[in-house]
Design a protein around this ligand. Structure first.
Ligand SMILES: [Mg+2]
Length: 391
């Protein structure tokens, strides 16, 4: 029998050139602190973790995580790897429960669940490779000819450059466009007006036949959001994303009873965490992040619960693990797509670490290969000179 032999974790620290973002490029949870200087610090992450799970026959499955990579590495090396080594990768549900229950006191949210996610994603890649099938074929197969994508960037900045970016992206056929707010409660009425000017400019650039998504990245609060929603309604947004901090479940539920659909979940963890969002009717679109929520094993269970609640799932972030889940589930209608750009906030890093992510920038759709086993990505050494790697 083929069993898991070893797990190799690496933290990739980006040392290459970065594009300095403009001052108010996206609100975030730290804004409330009012710290002068770099309030965007908690938003940017120029580190990534790769997790390679190898079996006794030499097959390697690749997983990854982008949340606190140094801590996740330590959690995997010291706690999770010893539980997984020696197991049959096809016993993935058992392995998942073992990781979850043995670290339950500290691991069920945050760093622990991110570590579980990285290993679980690697195990699915491994299963695909061992079975000679793409992961989506193991999850239910093809539910759509190709995956429609929405363009996710349009950080707040000078209005003319946001409009130029939107106009350029429009030519590519994306089904929707997500823009970020630059101003929140501390910026008062003047900031509200700045926010509205930018939403109006982007709506003008993309017209009225494609979706407009709005993202606050937990940088607002309940009161501010309630004041903003009536002003935003006329732009017919597809959704308003993470207006309040992730723990404010009641805030989400209250807002979601209003006229603009509320989306969220990229900072929620595990099946039961996401089930609670659904039970409380806290979101109209669920956006778990596969490499935080508990990997593909947890994501697939959440997909079933969300489908039963008639809530579409549009996972947070581009990346292959999300695309395979989207391809295999009718209830995942479109995918978030981070266009390939120079390194800015850090979302772009996976294009510099992996090879194989499909390109949606031709026509706004992406495709998965029916004949490529596993997730279909490899770790590349093309940009190694820009990384400092912790083994
Ligand atoms: Mg988001």
């Amino acid at each position: 029998m083929i069993t898991i032999k070893s797990i190799r974790t690496r933290v990739w620290n980006w040392k290459g050139p970065t594009v300095p973002p403009t001052g108010n490029f996206c609100t975030n949870a730290s804004d409330a602190l009012g710290i002068r200087g770099d309030a965007m610090q908690s938003f940017r992450f120029h580190q990534w973790l790769t997790c390679e799970v190898e079996t006794t026959d030499g097959t390697i499955g690749i997983g990854n995580a982008a949340l606190a990579p140094s801590l996740v590495k330590k959690a995997i090396d010291e706690y999770y790897a010893p539980m997984v080594i020696g197991e049959d990768p096809f016993d993935y549900a058992w392995i998942w429960e073992k990781m979850y229950r043995r670290t339950h006191a500290w691991g069920r949210k945050g760093v622990g669940m991110t570590a579980i996610s990285a290993i679980d994603i690697a195990i699915w890649d491994l299963m695909g490779k061992l079975a000679g099938k793409p992961v989506f074929k193991l999850l239910g197969g093809r539910t759509k000819e190709k995956i429609p994508c929405y363009y996710s960037k349009l950080y707040a900045g000078p209005i003319d450059s946001m409009q130029a970016e939107a106009e350029e992206a429009m030519k590519k056929g994306y089904v929707g466009f997500k823009t970020r707010f630059g101003y929140g409660p501390r910026d008062g009425m003047a900031g509200m007006r700045e926010n509205l000017k930018r939403v109006e400019a982007v709506r003008e650039a993309i017209g009225w036949e494609r979706d407009l998504m709005l993202e606050a990245y937990m940088g607002w609060n309940l009161d501010y959001t309630k004041r903003m929603i009536p002003k935003l309604e006329k732009f017919e947004p597809r959704w308003l994303e993470e207006p309040v901090i992730a723990d404010d479940l009641r805030g989400y539920a209250e807002l979601n009873r209003g006229p603009i659909p509320i989306s969220g979940g990229e900072h929620e963890y595990s099946l039961l965490g996401c089930a609670q969002l659904l039970q409380e009717k806290a979101v109209s679109v669920l956006q778990y992040d596969t490499n935080r929520v508990g990997g593909i094993t947890a994501a697939q269970k959440i997909n079933a619960v969300a489908e039963a609640h008639q809530i579409p799932v549009i996972p947070h972030a581009g990346q292959m693990h999300n695309y395979h889940l989207t391809m295999a589930n009718m209830n995942c209608p479109i995918a978030e797509y981070f266009p390939v750009f120079d390194v800015e906030v850090g979302n772009e890093l996976f294009y510099y670490i992996f090879e194989g992510d499909p390109d949606a920038d031709d026509d706004g759709f992406l495709q998965l290969d029916d004949n490529l086993p596993g997730l279909g990505i490899t770790i590349t050494d093309k940009h190694l000179e820009h990384f400092e790697i912790e083994e």
